[in-house]
Design a protein around this ligand. Sequence first.
Ligand code: SF4
Length: 576
Amino acid sequence: MFCHQCQETMRNSGCNAARGVCGKTSETADLQDLVLHACKGIGFWGTKALEKGVWREDAAMFVDRMLFATITNANFAAAKFELWALEALQVRDRLKADYFGAGGTSPATLPDAASWEAKDAGEIRAAAATGKGGWTQVADLDIRALRSLVLYGLKGIAAYAEHAYNLGKSSKELFAFMFRALSALTDDAMSAEALTALVLETGKFGVDAMALLDSANTGAYGSPRVTTVKTGVRDKPGILISGHDLRDLHDLLEQTKGSGVDVYTHGEMLPAHYYPFFEKYDNLYANYGGAWWNQGTEIEKFNGPVLFTSNCLVPPREGYKSRVFTTNVVGFEGCVHVADREPGKMKDFSAIVALAKTCPPPQKLDEPGLSTEIVGGFGHDQVFALADKVVAAVKSGAIKRFVVMAGCDGRQPGRSYYTDVAEKLPKDAVILTAGCAKYRYNRLGLGDIDLSGRNREEAIIEPAIAGGDIDGIPRVLDAGQCNDSYSLALIALKLKEAFGLDDVNKLPLSFDIAWYEQKAVLVLLALLFLGFKDIRLGPTLPGFLSPAVATVLVEKFGIRGIGTAEADVAAIMAGA
Ligand code: SF4
């Protein structure tokens, strides 16, 4: 086992023990590498088949799901990856047959990913045990780092594309890039320069993937608007839903309405409350708890069943494991998995609802010092509607700086840096956030921008979107989930236009981003593609970067690590 894909990797170098920091076993890690190796073979033959005019969306969706399933904290079940490895070889060989069937000729060179064979589970296990497809087989550390950036960016694209697909939106162009990029990862003749270009192209398709999901979510559920979300509990049994998939939430709300069972959001599902469509469900009661890594204690106190719709599953404790349900690509041995929905139907969550009815109501969490409500919903449409007011506040000096603090939260104690930064930023700084990084500061009661003593017109913020309600400009503007970092980029580009600037980096805007898993890698690549520079990235720079590749990111894009909260706040407010 050698896995270095997340921020918590051992020694910021790579997990290479019997179990990774996340709890993934070496057996699962090796099988994941093997599945992805087979997917590179699918990319190879899929690209060639497409050149011959043959396209299989089912193969693309299979690859998409495999990339997503191997994201940190998504699926821990070795047996599942064993089956998927065999299926991947079948998918690959169908595309190979398509290519030759369409008149393709034998390629001059055939990478191992395109040609290796395994007949059964025993051979899959044997191949995985050799480390086939793993990073240790790429000796050049710079090539390994560049390929890592591409592969982890693809995992982010895959995650967003899957949620969009579940809402009926897909993009052949996006999937074709996925195939081409996976195929490129098998090309040992590809130079570092060509791989660097592919890294940036991954960022371009990352923007496309986030735009696709944005249109899927807003098309189905409306544009997020300012919303106040409760955090308490009431005296009814509940179901906790975590992850990012809004379609699953929709199905669950339909199946619980009128049942006497409440639905609570957890972690990255919090922003679902911001979508107007879900307002009609009075059984969508509140958000419960904080970021993903707190789930052990919080699920114990929740008392009812928990549904994980995407990554951010921590290996469940025995005390509540029987209440944990997974769906989509999520999996854990011993937890009940809810099957995919059949075409035109809802997913069947009846087993979860039945279990909930036998459980006591959730226990109120002891959260001293935290606000009892969360205000969010500052997606692009909502902020665009407020643009004149925001611009006026900047021109009058009421807002001195915007600080994008999007990204992930995690367990490392050093992440208290982000709470410290939020608390130390002066009151004329606005934090733009998305992703679960927000839980480090979204309930601190940081208040609103002080508009007193200014024009009345400037001080009154009308409800910008039907249902939205706002009296001032909060100092924490939450756009939503990690994929809603797209909203933050659009907002920055809108501000650039409003101020008549020729370069987005001239805005009074700084980035202080927290990363943990691979979707954050994609968000970073997307920001670089859009031209944003001088991004602070923490709590550590990715361990998968070689010194030379890290230097390129620093010199070309101004990527930098974090320092102390005091020093960074001073530098941010000085525009550095
Ligand atoms: Fe280690 Fe992160 Fe990989 Fe888990 S996902 S094995 S913590 S690097």
